[in-house]
Design a protein around this ligand. Structure first.
Ligand SMILES: *[C@@H]1O[C@H](CO)[C@@H](O)[C@H](O)[C@H]1NC(C)=O
Length: 478
C-alpha cells in the first residue's frame, strides 16, 4: 500500500510540472508573441513612420479612453500641434488635415467605406444611411429617399417650421423654453410637436439620444466590446444606450408614426412624403426604410441642431461687433414691422452675413470633434508622403480641421464670419466637415439650414439676448 502511494505522483508534483510547462513553453511563447506584436506595431508596420502618441501605436484603448472621457477636441488639437498634420492614433488608424487627402477620402464620388466605428451605431438595422459601411449600398439607398430631404421639397414644410418658431417665441416670452429643435423635428416629421417647449425639460427620448451618442463615441473604437455585450445582454442586461437607435428611439418613432397615421393630417409632413415614396416603389422603400428614416429624423435632427444654435448664439454674444452687424442686416432686409412673423427662408437667403455667421459657427464648433473614420480601399492612399496600405483606417476631426491654420490662416481659431464673404469659397470649404464630406453629406443638412436660418433672425428681432453670466466660458464635451 505504502509503495503504491509512493509511486504515484502527488497532486503537488503534478501542479509543479504543469507550472513548469507553462513557464517553460507557454510563457516564452506569449512573451515572443508580445514582443512580435510590439515590434510590428511599434516599428515594422507600414504606418510606423507616421508620428503620434506612442501608446496609441499599440492599442485602440487610447482612442476608446478619450471617446469615453469626451475630450477629443482638446486631445486631437494637441496631437496635431505636437506631431503634425498627419498623425497615427491607433495600431491601424491615421488622422490627417491634408486638404488633398480630405478630398480623396470624403469628396464627391468617394468609395472609401465607413469603418467598423459605425457598426455599433448601425446595430441590427438593415437600412441605415448614416452608419452603413458600404459606400455603394449607401449611394443606392440614398438615391431612393434623397428627394424628401432636398430643399425644394423641404420648403413645403416651411409653414410648420413657422408654427414651431412662433410657438417657441411665445414661450420664450413667458419662460425659458429649451427644446425647440426636438419639437420642430416632431412638427415637420409627424405634424405634431412633442410638447417639449411647454415643459422646458429634456424628454426621455432626448436623454436617450445623448446617452447613445456618448456610448457610441467610445465603444465605436473597440467594436468587439459592443459585439460581446450584444451576445451577453440576455444575461447581463443592456448597458449601452447605443442600442436606442434600433430600440427605444425606434419604438418612440413607431408610436409617433402610428398615432400620426391614426390622427390623419392635412400637412404633407415628412412622414407622408416617405409613405408616398413607399407607395410608388414598395420594393425599394419598404416599411423598414420609412421607419428608419423617420427614426433618423428624430435621432439626428434634434441634439445636433441644438449644438448649432448654441454655437451661433454663444459666438455672437462673445463677439458683439458681429452681433451688431447681423442685427443691422436683419433690419435692412425685414425692417421692424411684423416682428412676430417668423423670418422667411427667402428673406434669410438675402442675408449673406447671417449665412456667414452660420458657416462660421459650424466651422469653429462643428457637432463632431472626433474623426469620421473611413477605410482605405484597394490600391492604398498616399498622404503627405506616407503610403497607407488598403485596410488602413483614415479620417479627420471636423473640429481640428475647421480650426486648421494651414487652411484658415493665422486667425483660424477666431470667430470671424467675414472670412466667408471675403475668402475663396472652395478653399474655405476644403476644411469644412461640419456636415461630413460631399460623398456622405448629412442628409438633414438642408433641413437644419432652413430651421436655423429662420430661427436665428426671428429670435434676434424679438429679444435682446445676453449671457446670464458674462465671465463664464462654455464647457465643451465631445
Ligand atoms: C466596401 O465594403 C463592401 C462590403 O463589405 C465591400 O464589398 C467593398 O469591396 C468595400 N469597398 C471598398 C472600396 O473597399
Amino acid at each position: 500500500m505504502d509503495t503504491i502511494m509512493d509511486n504515484r505522483i502527488s497532486p503537488y508534483a503534478a501542479t509543479n510540472i504543469l507550472l513548469a510547462l507553462i513557464t517553460r513553453l507557454i510563457a516564452p511563447a506569449s512573451t515572443i508573441l508580445l514582443l512580435a506584436y510590439i515590434a510590428y506595431y511599434g516599428f515594422l508596420s507600414p504606418l510606423s513612420g507616421i508620428p503620434g502618441p506612442f501608446i496609441a501605436r499599440f492599442t485602440r484603448l487610447w482612442l476608446a479612453y478619450h471617446g469615453w472621457k469626451g475630450d477629443f477636441h482638446i486631445v486631437l488639437t494637441e496631437v496635431h500641434e505636437k506631431y503634425g498634420t498627419t498623425v497615427r492614433v491607433g495600431p491601424d488608424e491615421v488622422l490627417t488635415l491634408s486638404p488633398d487627402a480630405i478630398k480623396k477620402i470624403y469628396g464627391a464620388g468617394s468609395l472609401f467605406n465607413k469603418s467598423d466605428f459605425y457598426a455599433p451605431l448601425k446595430g441590427t438595422r438593415t437600412w441605415d444611411l448614416f452608419a452603413e459601411g458600404d459606400s455603394i449600398v449607401h449611394r443606392n439607398n440614398r438615391r431612393s429617399v434623397n428627394h424628401v430631404y432636398a430643399t425644394s421639397s423641404l420648403i413645403d414644410l416651411e409653414p410648420y417650421v413657422d408654427s414651431a418658431i412662433q410657438h417657441f417665441v411665445s414661450i420664450l416670452r413667458t419662460k425659458e423654453g429649451k427644446s425647440f429643435d426636438f419639437d420642430v423635428i416632431g412638427e415637420v416629421t409627424f405634424s405634431q410637436r412633442f410638447g417639449l417647449m411647454e415643459t422646458g425639460e429634456e424628454s426621455e427620448s432626448l436623454k436617450i439620444i445623448k446617452r447613445a451618442a456618448r456610448s457610441g463615441s467610445w465603444v465605436g473604437h473597440i467594436p468587439w466590446v459592443y459585439r460581446i455585450h450584444q451576445r451577453l445582454s440576455p444575461l447581463i442586461g443592456n448597458h449601452l444606450a447605443l442600442n436606442a437607435r434600433s430600440g427605444a428611439i425606434r419604438d418612440f418613432t413607431l408610436q409617433q408614426a402610428q398615432s400620426r397615421i391614426k390622427r390623419g393630417s392635412d400637412h404633407r409632413d415628412m412622414l407622408s412624403k416617405l409613405i408616398e415614396l413607399h407607395g410608388q416603389n414598395p420594393a425599394e422603400v419598404d416599411n423598414t426604410v420609412v421607419i428608419s428614416m423617420a427614426t433618423s429624423n428624430v435621432f439626428a435632427g434634434s441634439d445636433t441642431t441644438a449644438v448649432a444654435l448654441r454655437s451661433i448664439f454663444y459666438h455672437l454674444l462673445k463677439n458683439l461687433g458681429c452681433l451688431k452687424k447681423l442685427l443691422n442686416e436683419i433690419n435692412d432686409v425685414v425692417g421692424d414691422i411684423d416682428i412676430d412673423k417668423p423670418v422667411t427662408y427667402e428673406q434669410a437667403n438675402k442675408m449673406p452675413y447671417l449665412q456667414a455667421v452660420m458657416n462660421e459657427a459650424n466651422r469653429i464648433h462643428p457637432v463632431v470633434a472626433q474623426s469620421l473614420p473611413r477605410i482605405v480601399p484597394e490600391g492604398g492612399l498616399q498622404v503627405e508622403g506616407h503610403s497607407l496600405p488598403a485596410g488602413t483606417i483614415i479620417g479627420s476631426s471636423p473640429y481640428v480641421l475647421g480650426r486648421s491654420e494651414h487652411i484658415y490662416g493665422q486667425d483660424a481659431k477666431m470667430f470671424r464670419p467675414e472670412r466667408w464673404l471675403e475668402g475663396d469659397r472652395s478653399q474655405l470649404l476644403s476644411g469644412f466637415l461640419a456636415f461630413g464630406g460631399t460623398s456622405r453629406m448629412c442628409l438633414g443638412k438642408n433641413l437644419v439650414w432652413i430651421e436655423v436660418s429662420k430661427v436665428v433672425p426671428t429670435i434676434l428681432r424679438n429679444f435682446v439676448i445676453n449671457f446670464a453670466d458674462t465671465d463664464v466660458e462654455w464647457k465643451l464635451q465631445s
